[in-house]
Write a protein that binds this ligand. Structure first.
Ligand code: CDP
Ligand code: MG
Length: 750
C-alpha cells in the first residue's frame, strides 16, 4: 500500500466511509418499505383533513403542521429567464465592475490569476470582454473546462448572449465532438482537448489568449496544462494565460506563474447559516430526503440543492421523493424535483435553469457538478451529505475506480456558498461539526496525486518530454503512481526498456483514449478485425445502452438476453450495435428492445470519429465478420491486466492482485463458469464485481504480454497443472534496467 496522501484520505474518512458502506445496501429497500407500510396503515396522504403527517419514525418525529408561506422572507424573483434583457443581466454580474481593471491587467501581464465566487460571471463574461477588446484578432480565445457538460452549456449561453449561432463566433470542442468553425473566435473546450492539441501544436499557435477555468478543480489535464502553457509562454511572448477559479490558493498559483498578479472579483454573496447534524447520520440519503421534506413544509420560499454522489443515487432519490410528496396532499405547495448529472440529456438539463413557477418550489439533486461548474439561480437551501464520487487509483485492485469518499472542507464551504447567491441562505450539513473539523481534509487532493497517469505520461512522452522529474508540475505526482504508469506503458509495449516511446506507443498516443483501449485498437489492425473492434470500443466508451425501467425489469431482461453472446459482454455489445444498425437505427427498435437510443447514437459518433482517425493515419478498416476468437484475442492485447481465474471458494480471483471478484449480475456471463475471463472494469458495491466480462483462452494472455505473464506449474490434486501468473514487476526488481530509475533516486533524495 502506498504511503502518503491516499492513506491519509482512507484514514481520515474511515468512519464516514464505514457508515456509508454499511447503509448503502439497506437504504433503498428500507425507504420503500417504510412508505409502503405507512400507506398501508393509512398514515399517509389519503385524508386531506388531517394535515398532521408523521414522516419519519426512525429518528426525529417530524410533525407537519400548516404550510407557512412567506414565513421568513419576501417573495423572490426566480431564475435567469426574467424580463431583464440579456445586456442588463450581464451588467448585473459582479465581474462587470472589474471589466476595465481586468482588461488592463491582461494587456500588461502575460499571466494573470482571477479569483471570484462561482456565479460571478468569470466563465461567460471574461471571454466576451477579451473579444470586445480585440484579443481575438490575433488568434482564438480559448477557455478550458474540466467538465464536458460545462463546456457545452456555457458555450450555448455565450452564443445566446452574443446572438450568434453556436459553432459560429462561439463554439465548443469536447472529445468526439467539434462544434467550431473557421469563424470561431471564442472556443470553450475540455482541458483534455487542449492538452491533446498541445501534442500537435506545443506553442498553441492558434490561440491569442488561453483561460484555464475552474483551476481549483485541479484535474490532471489542467495541472499538465499549467506546465505546458508556462513553457509555451516562454516561446510566445504574445500569448496570454489566464487562470481562473472559484476558490484557490492564489499565493501558490501566483508564485508558480512567475509571481503574476492576482485579481479578486468582489462577490455579491449573502450570509449562509450552517446547521450541523447533532449526531452522525446513519444513512445520508434518508437524512437528505427527510431534510428536503422538512424544508419544503416548514421553511420559507427558495429552491433546494442537494448534493449526491452519482446518477443511480440521484435517480432513486427523485423517485422516492416523488412518491413521498404525492402523499403530502394539496395543502402544501408544489415541489418540482429535478436531477442533474453529466450523463443527463441536455434538454432535461436545461430545465434546471428555468424559473420556478410562482407558488412552487424546486429541489435539484445534483452531483458535485453543481459545486462550481453549473450555477442554478434561486437556491436558498443547500443540503450537503459530505460525500462525492472521486476517481481514485485503488492499489489493492491495481486500477482506477470511482469511489464514494468524504469531501474536503474547501468543497464543503464551496457547497455552502451555493445557498447565498440570491439572499441569505441555509446550509444543512448532514454530518457533525466534529466530523467537519476532524475527518475532512482542508483541501481536495489534486487528481494528479491519486489517478492513473498512463494516458498523461504517454502524451507527455509523445510530446518529447522524457524527463518527468524536471517537468514543472505544480504538485508532482507521487512516485508510486508515476512508476505504475510507466510500468503499464511498458507492458503495453508503448515504452521500451529505456522508458522511451516506441513506434507503437507513438501510434497509441494519437487515439484520444486510455492506452489499453488504444492498444486493442492497434492490435485490431494486425489481426484484421478493426471494423469490429472499433464498434466494441465505441460501445465501451458510452453509458450503459440497456434500459431497465421500473416495473418492467423482467421484460427488459428477457429482451436483453436475446442479444447475449455465449462468450460474454464484449460480443454482446457488438451484437446490439449491429442489430441496431440493421434496423436502420430506428427509435422503434430501441423502444421495443429496451435500448437507450441516445447512448447508441453516441456510440455511433465515437465510432465515426475513430474511423476518421484510422483513415487519417491510413490504417486499414477490415472486418472479421464477428469471429469471436479473433475479437476476444484482440481485446486481450489491451486488457491482459484485467484477467481473472475461477476460484472454487470466492468465484473469481484477479490474476494481477489475487483479489476476490464476482461477475456482475447484469453481465451476460452471470452464472456461467468459464475458467479464465477478462473484464473492462471493477465496480465496488457490496463486493468487487467485474463489469463487461468475456471468456478468454489463457494462451492469449501469454501471447499478448510475454513480458508480463508466465506459465508456472502448480501442484493441484496430485496432478500437474499449468497456471498463469504475472511475472514480477521489472521496475521494483531491477532498478537499473530503467533509465527512469533516476526519478526514484531524486525523489528519495528529496
Ligand atoms: O464562471 P462563474 O461561475 O463566475 O459564472 P458564470 O458561469 O459566467 O455565470 C454567470 C451567470 O450566468 C450566472 O448567473 C449563471 O446562472 C448564468 N448562466 C446561465 O444562465 N446559463 C448558463 N449555461 C451558464 C451561466
Ligand atoms: Mg465558471
Amino acid at each position: 500500500v502506498p504511503k502518503g496522501s491516499m492513506n491519509r484520505v482512507a484514514m481520515n474518512g474511515s468512519n464516514l466511509m464505514k457508515e456509508h458502506r454499511e447503509n448503502k445496501m439497506l437504504r433503498k429497500k428500507e425507504i420503500e418499505q417504510q412508505i409502503r407500510k405507512k400507506q398501508a396503515m393509512g398514515e399517509l396522504g389519503d385524508n386531506p383533513e388531517d394535515r398532521k403527517v408523521d414522516l419519519s419514525d426512525l429518528r426525529q418525529q417530524l410533525v407537519i403542521t400548516a404550510w407557512e408561506r412567506n414565513r421568513m422572507r419576501e417573495p423572490i424573483a426566480f431564475g435567469r429567464k426574467t424580463s431583464m434583457p440579456i445586456s442588463s443581466q450581464r451588467k448585473s454580474l459582479p465581474v462587470y465592475q472589474m471589466k476595465d481593471a481586468l482588461m488592463k491587467a491582461v494587456r500588461e501581464n502575460q499571466f494573470l490569476i482571477i479569483v471570484g465566487e462561482t456565479g460571478s460571471g468569470k466563465t461567460t463574461q471574461i471571454t466576451q470582454y477579451l473579444n470586445d477588446e480585440g484579443f481575438s484578432d490575433g488568434g482564438i480565445i480559448g477557455c478550458t473546462q474540466p467538465r464536458r457538460v460545462a463546456a457545452v452549456s456555457v458555450s450555448k449561453r455565450v452564443a445566446e448572449e452574443i446572438g450568434c449561432k453556436l459553432g459560429d463566433e462561439v463554439g465548443y470542442t469536447i472529445r468526439f465532438e467539434d462544434m467550431t468553425s473557421a469563424k470561431t473566435r471564442i472556443k470553450y473546450m475540455t482541458d483534455g482537448m487542449l492538452q491533446r492539441e498541445a501534442l500537435l501544436d506545443p506553442t498553441m499557435s492558434k490561440y491569442s489568449v488561453i483561460m484555464l477555468d475552474e483551476a481549483h478543480e485541479r484535474t490532471v489535464a489542467t495541472d499538465v496544462l499549467f506546465a505546458l502553457l508556462k513553457q509555451a509562454a516562454k516561446k510566445r511572448p504574445d500569448l496570454k494565460v489566464i487562470v481562473t477559479s472559484a476558490t484557490l490558493d492564489s499565493a501558490k498559483f501566483s508564485e508558480y506563474f512567475c509571481g503574476c498578479p492576482v485579481i479578486n472579483i468582489p462577490g455579491k454573496t449573502f450570509p449562509v447559516e450552517v446547521l450541523y447534524s447533532q449526531t452522525p447520520q446513519m444513512d445520508y440519503i434518508e437524512s437528505a430526503l427527510d431534510t428536503v421534506v422538512e424544508i419544503h413544509v416548514n421553511e420559507g420560499p427558495g429552491d433546494i440543492l442537494v448534493f449526491l454522489t452519482g446518477q443511480d443515487e440521484i435517480d432513486s432519490c427523485c423517485e422516492v421523493l416523488y412518491q413521498r410528496v404525492k402523499t403530502l396532499g394539496d395543502s402544501i405547495g408544489e415541489l418540482l424535483i429535478l436531477p442533474v448529472y453529466s450523463a443527463l440529456p441536455s434538454e432535461i438539463q436545461s430545465k434546471i435553469f428555468e424559473p420556478t413557477p410562482e407558488g412552487s418550489r424546486k429541489v435539484v439533486f445534483a452531483t458535485n457538478i453543481a459545486e462550481t461548474s453549473i450555477t442554478i439561480n434561486g437556491i436558498y437551501y443547500v443540503i450537503d451529505p459530505g460525500f462525492a464520487k472521486v476517481n481514485t487509483f485503488n492499489p489493492r485492485v491495481g486500477m482506477e475506480q470511482l469511489v464514494v469518499s468524504p469531501i474536503s472542507q474547501a468543497q464543503a464551504n464551496q457547497r455552502k456558498g451555493r445557498a447565498g447567491r440570491t439572499g441569505p441562505g441555509k446550509c444543512y450539513r448532514l454530518y457533525t461539526e466534529s466530523a467537519f473539523y476532524n475527518e475532512m481534509l482542508p483541501n481536495t487532493i489534486p487528481e494528479i496525486q491519486r489517478q492513473n497517469l498512463s494516458l498523461t505520461i504517454l502524451m507527455l512522452k509523445a510530446m518529447g518530454i522524457n524527463d518527468l522529474i524536471h517537468f514543472e508540475f505544480m504538485d508532482p505526482p507521487p512516485k508510486n503512481l508515476l512508476m505504475k504508469a510507466l510500468e503499464e506503458l511498458f507492458n503495453l509495449q508503448a515504452l521500451d526498456d529505456d522508458g522511451l516511446l516506441t513506434k507503437l506507443g507513438m501510434r497509441m498516443s494519437q487515439f484520444p483514449m486510455e492506452p489499453t483501449l488504444a492498444r486493442a485498437l492497434l492490435a485490431s489492425v494486425t489481426n484484421n478485425c478493426s471494423e469490429d473492434i472499433i464498434i466494441v470500443i465505441s460501445m465501451l466508451s458510452v453509458q450503459n445502452v440497456f434500459y431497465r425501467p421500473k416495473g418492467k425489469e423482467q421484460e427488459a431482461d428477457n429482451k436483453k438476453a436475446r442479444f447475449h453472446h455465449p462468450y460474454g459482454d464484449h460480443l454482446t455489445l457488438l451484437n446490439v450495435y449491429k442489430r441496431w444498425q440493421q434496423a436502420n437505427c430506428t427509435e422503434q427498435f430501441c423502444t421495443l428492445n429496451f435500448l437507450q437510443s441516445r447512448h447508441l447514437k453516441r456510440a455511433r459518433d465515437v465510432r465515426n470519429q475513430l474511423m476518421a482517425i484510422f483513415s487519417r493515419f491510413k490504417l486499414p478498416i477490415v472486418s472479421c465478420h464477428g469471429d469471436p476468437s479473433i475479437i476476444r484475442e484482440t481485446l486481450v492485447s489491451g486488457f491482459f491486466f484485467n484477467a481473472a481465474k475461477r476460484d472454487s471458494q470466492v468465484g473469481y480471483k484477479t490474476l494481477t492482485g489475487g483479489t476476490a471478484v464476482g461477475i456482475h449480475p447484469s453481465s451476460s456471463l452471470y452464472g456461467k463458469e468459464y475458467e479464465y475471463v477478462m473484464y473492462h472494469s471493477l465496480v465496488l458495491t457490496s463486493r468487487e464485481y467485474m463489469s463487461q466480462v468475456t471468456a478468454i483462452d489463457p494462451k492469449w494472455l501469454i501471447k499478448a504480454a510475454p513480458h508480463f505473464y508466465k506459465i508456472t506449474d502448480e501442484e493441484s490434486q496430485s496432478r500437474k497443472k499449468a497456471k498463469i501468473v504475472p511475472l514480477h514487476n521489472r521496475y521494483s526488481k531491477d532498478q537499473n534496467s530503467w533509465k527512469l530509475s533516476s526519478i526514484r533516486q531524486s525523489r528519495e533524495k528529496a
